[in-house]
Write a protein that binds this ligand. Structure first.
Ligand code: ATP
Length: 216
């Protein structure tokens, strides 16, 4: 699945963004299938805005987001829902866990909503162990620390098939050891699917061997 941007510009940020040099806004950009993409930008320059455009939950832009050559707008609601189940997964910056559910229920809910579960319950436990969150799986998600929530949201994003994984500052509340563990798990899961990811962050990092870097 190819994602392509054609002169994409957020309407509310147009004046501000036209004053800076960007590798993404108002440019032609092709995200090649399977590539590990890093998008770096200072706070407030539209990382979350871009990720929401790529996931098609925000539409206040000019230009185009093309998915396999077609603008997002040309896909029906059912097609978009199916693509979010099968082809594009996401770790939101604000995580969006259901607070009334336990950590494990948040993951399981996503897993069982698929037509066929993609991961076994054992696989979920294995991922939790890799990310040091086994001990909080039965805990209400509203009582988790932000870093624990972040790791649960990462696991939730990995229990489905995808060709692209979108991640908006996914390691912002993790220490170095947990960041490395999470990055290794994500890289393994992407490679197992021949999938790519688009990751936004504030700074340079060495967490992955990225194929492409962009400045937003
Ligand atoms: N719906 C909106 N209408 C108008 N302005 C908005 C809207 N959403 C976001 N903004 C503004 O757009 C700018 C970019 O916001 P965004 O959240 O995309 O930035 P970001 O790069 O992800 O920031 P951070 O690193 O702080 O998370 C901010 O100045 C924000 O106030």
């Amino acid at each position: 699945m190819q994602i392509q941007l054609e002169n994409l510009m957020p309407v509310p940020l147009k004046d501000k963004l036209l004053q800076r040099d960007s590798g993404v806004w108002n440019k032609e950009v092709i995200f090649s299938p399977g590539s590990f993409v890093k998008i770096k930008a200072p706070s407030g320059t539209g990382k979350t805005t871009l990720v929401h455009y790529l996931y098609h939950i925000r539409y206040d832009y000019t230009g185009k987001v093309l998915v396999d050559g077609r603008p997002w707008q040309s896909y029906s609601r059912n097609e978009v829902a199916s693509m979010r189940q099968q082809q594009v997964s996401i770790v939101f910056q604000d995580l969006r866990l259901f607070e009334q559910l336990t950590a494990e229920e948040n993951i399981t809910l996503k897993r069982v909503m698929l037509p066929q579960p993609y991961c076994s319950a054992e696989k979920v436990k294995e991922m939790a162990a890799r990310l040091n969150v086994t001990h909080v799986l039965q805990q209400s998600s509203k009582t988790l620390s932000y870093g624990e929530r972040q790791r649960i949201a990462i696991i939730r994003a990995l229990v489905q098939p995808f060709q692209w994984l979108l991640m908006d500052e996914p390691f912002s509340h993790l220490d170095e050891d947990n960041t490395q563990r999470a990055a290794a798990l994500i890289a393994d899961e992407c490679k197992a699917r021949n999938a790519g990811f688009i990751l936004t962050d504030l700074d340079n990092d060495q967490h992955f061997s990225y194929d492409v870097h962009y400045h937003l």
